[in-house]
Design a protein around this ligand. Structure first.
Ligand SMILES: C[S@@+](CC[C@H](N)C(=O)[O-])C[C@H]1O[C@@H](n2cnc3c(N)ncnc32)[C@H](O)[C@@H]1O
Length: 286
């Protein structure tokens, strides 16, 4: 279907070999993203959608605007948003949150009950992972009243982070949230886009920080080390070199004894990192 659409495009609205080569190289060196030839049609359709919104006539015109114009700062953010994948949902890979809540009593015994548990959601997209962690940790306080925590959510996409900061989700986006938690943590809100729910638990919101971070940067400007790092469905989009460099930098940021959670099709096996595999996708720093 996609390729039929592409065939029907006039040539100035198709991505040329040179443009594809330029973008693949640029996205790889700046963000570590792997853009194989199979992604060409997808990339083209995402660019077309932006150039249609801006009423540009050709991909050349659009790319010139994004890369050469001084006023294109906002469009550059939308360009990054378009070329990255943001699929996420509440309680994704729920077994990992169950695992986290089960290990917390022993973990806090070891690090000291006054220790503030620090969690990093790296590549948090539109915030569902961050708020899931907020609810899960806050619920755990029923049996661990001393438990205190902070959650840092980072992503390279500014529009996604803006949505995360709003904490506003459609009924479909929120369908995985158990009803009791929906009632407890969210308010209903009628918006121009229809009925939505808004994360409204102030105590939890106060424990969350969101910020822009390109994981392909050599230095992560983060204030602390973490007890738990969730980096799920992010490194799968990176080339092999970036994947291993990012894992290395993340593990540097993990406390010994802390845990790393990856996505279901990602692995840290085969690296020389000081990690013990607990079960597929869950690792503990030695
Ligand atoms: C598919 S989402 C995963 C969201 C969430 N972690 C989950 O598993 O549901 C991937 C996210 O990684 C982000 N991302 C891609 N490249 C990145 C980079 N170089 N640095 C930081 N985040 C990046 C994207 O912007 C996107 O929001």
């Amino acid at each position: 279907m996609m390729s039929q659409m592409s065939e029907a495009l006039p040539s100035h609205r198709k991505i040329s070999d040179e443009q594809f080569a330029f973008l693949a190289k640029y996205l790889s060196s700046k963000y570590g993203l792997r853009v194989p030839p199979e992604k060409r049609i997808l990339l083209e359709s995402r660019l077309i959608s932006r150039l249609n919104s801006l009423k540009f006539d050709s991909i050349t015109e659009y790319l010139d605007y994004v890369f050469k114009s001084k006023e294109a700062h906002h469009e550059y953010q939308l360009f990054v948003e378009q070329i990255t994948t943001h699929k996420t949902f509440f309680f994704r890979e729920a077994y990992q949150f169950d695992y986290l809540t089960k290990l917390l009593p022993d973990y806090t015994q070891k690090v000291g009950v006054n220790h503030v548990v620090n969690i990093w959601s790296a590549g948090c997209s539109t915030g569902e992972e961050v708020y899931t962690l907020g609810m899960v940790l806050n619920e755990k306080r029923a049996t661990m009243p001393h438990l205190d925590f902070r959650i840092t959510g980072t992503d390279v996409s500014v529009p996604s982070l803006k949505k995360a900061a709003k904490g506003l989700y459609s009924i479909i986006e929120s369908e995985n949230i158990p009803d009791n938690l929906k009632t407890k943590y969210f308010n209903n809100q009628m918006t121009a886009h229809g009925p939505m729910i808004n994360f409204s638990n102030r105590e939890v919101v106060a424990k969350i920080r969101l910020g822009v971070l390109n994981l392909n940067k050599k230095h992560y400007n983060l204030p602390n080390t973490f007890d738990f790092i969730f980096c799920r469905n992010v490194i799968i989009y990176f080339d092999a070199k970036t994947r291993s460099e990012v894992l290395e930098r993340m593990v540097e940021r993990l406390r010994p004894g802390g845990y790393l959670f990856l996505g279901h099709s990602e692995t840290a096996l085969g690296t020389n990192l000081p990690l013990k595999s607990i079960q597929p996708t869950i690792y503990q720093k030695i």
